[in-house]
Design a binder for this molecule. Structure first.
Ligand code: ZN
Length: 132
């Protein structure tokens, strides 16, 4: 893994959260994107070299809706950049991690992504992402 690519935060209301985080960072988000397959709407902020992704559910079956129901709003995942996601999935499976999707899927921000189940990573949902 190369670096933390971004940190994902689950929010109930993306418009309100965008305003709040714009005040916090003293700059606006630079893009929003809907990922229909995941049932989420996202926005991205740049903070120095780091990125923050806000995620809002677009339907009640969305993983974000379920997360907020269980845990409330808050840090949802940490994403790590990888150069070869297929190889990395293979390696992590061999190490005993529970990879939620063995075939990388298209995520937000023009990335191929895969997730590791928090049960196998001390309670943290980990996203692997590779630039397409
Ligand atoms: Zn993410």
């Amino acid at each position: 893994m190369q670096k933390i690519e971004h940190i994902g935060i689950a929010v109930k209301d993306l418009d309100k959260a965008n305003e709040l985080y714009a005040k916090l960072f003293n700059k606006k988000h630079y893009k929003t994107e809907e990922v229909k397959s995941e049932g989420v709407k996202t926005s991205f902020f740049k903070v120095g070299p780091n990125k923050i992704e806000l995620l809002e559910a677009t339907n009640p079956d969305s993983p974000i809706a379920k997360f907020i129901e269980k845990k409330g709003e808050g840090v949802h995942h940490i994403a790590f950049a990888v150069t070869d996601i297929v190889k990395e999935i293979e390696r992590l499976e061999k190490e005993g991690f529970n990879v939620l999707n063995k075939i990388p899927k298209k995520g937000a921000d023009n990335k191929l992504v895969a997730f590791l189940h928090p049960k196998s990573t001390n309670g943290v949902l980990i996203e692997l992402c590779q630039e397409i």
